[in-house]
Structures are given as C-alpha cells and as structure tokens.
Ligand binder design. Structure first.
Ligand SMILES: Nc1ncnc2c1ncn2[C@@H]1O[C@H](COP(=O)(O)OP(=O)(O)OP(=O)(O)O)[C@@H](O)[C@H]1O
Ligand SMILES: [Mg+2]
Length: 315
C-alpha cells in the first residue's frame, strides 16, 4: 500500500519566467519503504520535500501523504510526517535535551509522555551521554542527529530527510545511516534525498533519479542498473592531452559515452571492457599519450545517471 502518492507535482518559482524547479514529478512510496531521491545540486529535491511538507504551495499537481492532500489537508499531513530539513534549526545555547523538550512541547507533548519520548529519542540518536551539553559544543554530525531526533518526537508515520549526511564526519554518517535502517525495520516509511550514489544504493528499497526537476528513472537498484545493461564504467588518466584523448576515445568501437571528469580523469561507458581496453591503449599510443591509471567498475547508479544525462553525478 502506498503511503505517499505524488501525482504530477510542479513548482515554478517566481512565475511566469522563474525556474521550473519541479517539473511534473510522480512517484509512490510503499508503507515501510525507504525511497531515495538521488540527484545533483539544483535537481529539485528540497523543493519536492518542501511541497510534501506543506511548506511550499505546488504550482500544479498534488500529493497524498497518509491519505491526505498536501494542497487541501495540510494539518493532517503535518501530523503524519517528521521533517529533517537540509539546514539545521536548533538553539545553540540550549542543551540537546532542552532542544528536544522545547520541540516536543511545540508538538503538544507534555509531562511524563514528553519525558519518555525525549529519553527514547536520545537513545535512538545515541546521544544519551551528551544530552546535557550545549548544542554549540556539538560537531556538525551530532547537531544533525539532534535535528533527526526532533523530527521523531511525535512518532511520525513518514520521515523525510533532506541530505542529512552532507558535510559531517564518517562516524556520524554511519550512525545516521544505521539509525535510518533501524527506523525502517520498525515500520517507518522514509523519504531520503541525497546526491551520494553510494548512500542511495546502500539504503534504499527504491530510488528515483532526479535531474532538472524531472524524475528520469525510478526503481530498485537492480532495475535501475539494468538501464545501462552490461556496460562497464572505465576511468582512465593520461599523462597529457586529456580532452583530445576523450574525443578520440569516444570514436573507438564499443565506447558508448566518453567524457572528461574533473582535470585528471576520463570516464567512459563501454560495452565489453576486456575487448575495448586494448583499443583505448592503442588510441592513446597513436596520439602520443600514455595511460597512467585505469579502473573498471561494475554497473552502478552513477553510471545510470551518466547514461541518461551524459553528465557525471558529482559527489
Ligand atoms: N526560493 C527559491 N526561489 C527561486 N528559485 C529557487 C528557490 N529555491 C530553489 N530554487 C531553484 O530551484 C531549483 C531546485 O532547487 P532545490 O533546492 O529544490 O534543489 P536540490 O535538488 O535540493 O539541490 P541541492 O542538492 O543543492 O540541495 C534550483 O534551480 C534552485 O536555484
Ligand atoms: Mg536541497
């Protein structure tokens, strides 16, 4: 059963000439599922989350969350969801516990129930032993965990997390990802946004790949990877003349896409790496360049994005 149903959702900022940040997006999220929106900067992820949180009025389309319309039943939607926004909003001069108590009261929790929920949430975000420290003393990752705790206080059925692991240490990242998997195992539905391919791949039951306001592919990892079929991902470095080399390689038989990635690498999609690699070396030799590094990767979501857009999904 779908608990989130998004139907042709649209947002144009500053109409009529403003950017179409979300351009007719539709998807469903099943109850108890982790669904990720994977896309680069500016793809429209936060705009989508804002509309699904009733913080931003859609320009068109609608979505139902726990059976309620985000356009006409905002209050019921807000009761069903917890939102972890991309930008942290907490009080730096209050402790972790005080922040949770403050937000718990905002949600209408009182007395023993409030105390119990705050204790449970501190356990969940593994900050029991730091609960009395002021937020300003916390690392970015710890603040992020408190932010997640706030969104969980009222036991929402659906949790939205907007890029919760950007700019934090690896240990906090691990703790957040494990926490999300644990919440899913308890039956919570999760909508997650990220531009990290590896995170989407690890966490999600299904992934929607978004770019320029459009959902360009949706499915399980296995389904999405089939889009690139048996193609392999080859990354090459040469000692000089990278752009020229990429042009030459793009014409080699068996190469379906070739592009420059950053200053040092060429990224190629090829049909059969073992067959194509010798030709790539030959082409380099013929151009007087030496290959200094080469790697071959199995199909992944990064390749799906590259295949569909011709651009790299930059981390
Ligand atoms: N308040 C706003 N007014 C006008 N344009 C906006 C506003 N917010 C976002 N945009 C534009 O809408 C598009 C989508 O932005 P959005 O923040 O939804 O993308 P995103 O996928 O969340 O990106 P990021 O990964 O950088 O967070 C971008 O082109 C952005 O510049
Ligand atoms: Mg965003």
């Amino acid at each position: 059963m779908a608990i989130v149903e998004v139907l042709d959702l649209r947002k144009q900022y500053d109409p009529p000439k403003g950017v179409l940040a979300v351009d007719g997006v539709s998807f469903d999220i099943g109850e108890g599922e982790i669904f990720s929106l994977l896309g680069p900067n500016g793809a429209g992820k936060s705009t989508t989350i804002s509309m699904l949180s009733c913080l931003l009025q859609p320009s068109g389309g609608d979505a139902r969350v726990a059976g309620h319309s985000v356009v006409s039943e905002a209050q019921a939607v807000k009761e069903a969801i917890g939102v972890v926004p991309q930008d942290i909003a907490l009080y730096p001069d209050m402790s972790a516990r005080e922040n949770l108590v403050f937000w718990g009261k905002m949600y209408g929790l009182r007395g023993e129930e409030l105390t119990r929920r705050v204790d449970e949430v501190l356990e969940l975000i593994t900050l029991v032993d730091r609960q009395k420290d002021r937020l300003e003393k916390f690392s970015g990752g710890m603040k992020r965990r408190v932010n997640i705790g706030v969104a969980l206080l009222h036991k929402p059925r659906v949790l939205y997390l907007d890029e919760p692991t950007v700019g934090i240490d690896p240990q906090s990242r691990r703790s957040i990802l494990d926490g999300i998997l644990a919440l899913r195992d308890q039956g919570m539905t999760i909508l997650y946004t990220t531009h990290y391919m590896a995170e989407a791949q690890e966490l999600s039951d299904r992934v929607g790949i978004v770019d320029h306001g459009k959902m360009i592919a949706v499915g399980t990892n296995a389904e999405l990877v089939q889009i690139v079929g048996a193609e392999a991902h080859v990354v090459l470095s040469v000692d000089h003349y990278l752009e020229g080399m990429v042009e030459r390689w793009s014409e080699v038989k068996g190469v379906t896409k070739a592009m420059v990635d950053g200053d040092e690498h060429a990224v190629l999609l090829v049909q059969d790496a073992n067959e194509v690699l010798p030709r790539l070396f030959e082409a380099a030799a013929a151009a007087g360049a030496r290959i200094t590094e080469v790697s071959v990767t199995e199909p992944n979501l990064e390749m799906v994005f590259l295949h569909l857009t011709g651009r790299a999904l930059r981390e």
